[in-house]
Design a protein around this ligand. Structure first.
Ligand code: COA
Length: 139
């Protein structure tokens, strides 16, 4: 497996995979349509199978103001899951945080996304809070 960093996601294999992630999670009810698939400041790590096919993406931002990196989304195509693809991208992000001297990598996921939560726990990422949402009735 090859791992590659991109400073932006336009015109890279990261874009399609990020949109695929967003669509899969939306269809599964694991995000709502307030989620942002792609942001102007997203950077990416992409995993490639032997032969060069892109099989996984992790998008992130460098939050200067908070002295941390923030994960926007992560996705591995279904036929390549449970083979350590995400973990390889995660290690590349941790190395990037060390390079940039950022002491924290923040992220969030849905309570119902058990695969994601178990993956985060397996990687030593702590659950630190609960995100709430109040539906405002707008006439
Ligand atoms: C979550 C996701 C990125 C994991 O990618 P992956 O490449 O399969 O993860 P890894 O193979 O590196 O898994 C590492 C560890 O995480 C845990 N894990 C991963 N997927 C799991 C699952 N479905 N159920 C339980 N534990 C899981 C395991 O401990 C695993 O180690 P093991 O396989 O040796 O038991 C992938 O399932 C995915 O793309 N899901 C849809 C998108 C998504 O939910 N993204 C996260 C929110 S943005």
């Amino acid at each position: 497996m090859d791992i590659k960093h991109y400073d932006a996601i336009g015109h890279t294999p990261a874009l399609r995979l990020a949109v695929r992630c967003w669509h899969e999670l939306l269809e599964a009810g694991l995000i709502d349509d307030g989620g942002i698939a792609v942001g102007w400041d997203h950077k990416a790590i992409v995993a490639f199978a032997e032969g060069g096919t892109p099989i996984g993406v992790l998008t992130w931002t460098n939050q200067d103001w908070a002295n941390q990196l923030h994960v926007a989304l992560a996705y591995v195509i279904p036929q390549h899951r449970r083979q350590g693809v995400h973990t390889a991208m995660w290690h590349a992000l941790v190395a990037k945080a060390v390079e940039l001297k950022r002491p924290v990598i923040a992220s969030s996921t849905s309570l119902g996304n058990l695969a994601s939560r178990q993956m985060m726990a397996a990687q030593g990422r702590e659950e630190t809070g609960v995100v709430t949402r109040y539906r405002v009735v707008v006439p």
